[in-house]
Design a protein around this ligand. Sequence first.
Ligand SMILES: O=C(O)CCC(=O)C(=O)O
Ligand SMILES: [Fe+2]
Length: 126
Amino acid sequence: MELLAIGLGVDRMLYREFFEDAVSIMRTNLYPTCQEPNLSLGTGSHCDPNALTILHQDLVGGLDLFVGNKWHKVRPIPGALVINIGDVFAALSNGIYRSCLHRAVVNSHKERRSLVFFMCQELTSW
Ligand SMILES: O=C(O)CCC(=O)C(=O)O
Ligand SMILES: [Fe+2]
């Protein structure tokens, strides 16, 4: 949160304090194999509605990002985390940081797992 604040040129503690009492959610996702992957949805395309998302994916691959009018694969890197800006942080930064459209697709040969931490905001901070 401090890095995001520094990037915006605001007090580095601003968002850290704002999210101090955040109530966050952690979710595990399992994407079984599918014989007809093109006919099935892993997660449909979406932007995360929370503030910030930290995602760990296994090495199977399946996370796609929509950038420059097309879908790009997010190549899994051992030990790396994917950080997504969500809609709340896009709003808090007046759109300077943008939430990104993404999806998870399935495949026919290997099941996939991801672990996702959704940093949310305390409901009374609105
Ligand atoms: O499993 C993934 O790679 C993405 C999951 C996701 O986008 C979500 O749970 O919001
Ligand atoms: Fe998501």
